[in-house]
Design a protein around this ligand. Structure first.
Ligand code: 5GP
Length: 202
């Protein structure tokens, strides 16, 4: 049998792979590596937040105005949408439904509120939720500080939201695996292991 990983889900159905985690945990890096290894599709979110230099690496967003976001939401364009730090984020419905219909895996890097909605709105579809955790809360705080992007008040806000999100992730029943990002290579390997096991029908 070929070693190449098929990205079709059990019985050839598409797998919805949801990766979440607090900001600063390193989930974008893990997501990128998982995508490269699996050859899966990435869901491109729509957001009202301003773009930054970092967004040039691996296109993850379509940036729109608040008016345009509301227009699309009212038109039923989104599978889920949420507000994070005062900005709106939404997952376009059509690419996800197409991937599922064609039996392909699609990866959504979204927050817990979004993951809960996806699970509800696409009940019955194969979904795998992976939540990335920092080794300790203190590591996350240090990581947020070392990015040097925000002032201390913003860092504290992000940190307290992160703690609430980690607690919610454990309680909501959406996540199948919790991966601790203590060492990047290990976290990528563990995430890939969980996904491949699911794709193989385990
Ligand atoms: P950032 O602006 O730092 O890229 O993302 C902020 C947060 O929004 C992250 O937790 C990210 O996972 C989440 N996020 C990004 N896109 C979406 C989306 O389409 N829906 C939801 N619910 N959350 C998203």
């Amino acid at each position: 049998m070929s070693q190449a990983t098929s990205t079709s889900g059990p019985a050839g159905r598409g797998l919805l792979l949801v990766i979440s985690g607090p900001s600063g945990v390193g989930k974008s890096t893990i997501t990128r590596r998982v995508l490269e290894q699996l050859g899966a599709e990435l869901s491109i979110s729509v957001t009202t937040r301003p773009s930054s230099d970092q967004d040039a690496v691996g296109k993850r967003y379509e940036f729109v105005s608040v008016e345009e976001f509301h227009r699309r939401r009212e038109a039923g364009h989104f599978l889920e949408s949420a507000e994070v730090f005062g900005n709106c984020y939404g997952t376009p419905r059509e690419p996800v439904e197409r991937a599922i219909a064609q039996g392909r895996t699609i990866l959504l890097e979204i927050d817990v509120q979004g993951a809960i909605q996806v699970k509800k709105n696409l009940a019955g579809q194969p979904m795998l939720g992976v939540f990335i955790l920092p080794p300790t809360p203190q590591t996350l705080l240090e990581r947020l500080r070392s990015r040097g992007r925000e002032d201390e008040a913003t860092i504290q806000r992000r940190f307290s939201r992160a703690q609430a999100e980690m607690a919610q992730a454990r309680e909501c029943g959406v996540y199948d695996a919790f991966v601790v990002n203590d060492q990047l290579e290990r976290a990528v390997a563990e995430t890939l292991g969980v996904v491949r096991a699911r794709l193989a029908g385990a």
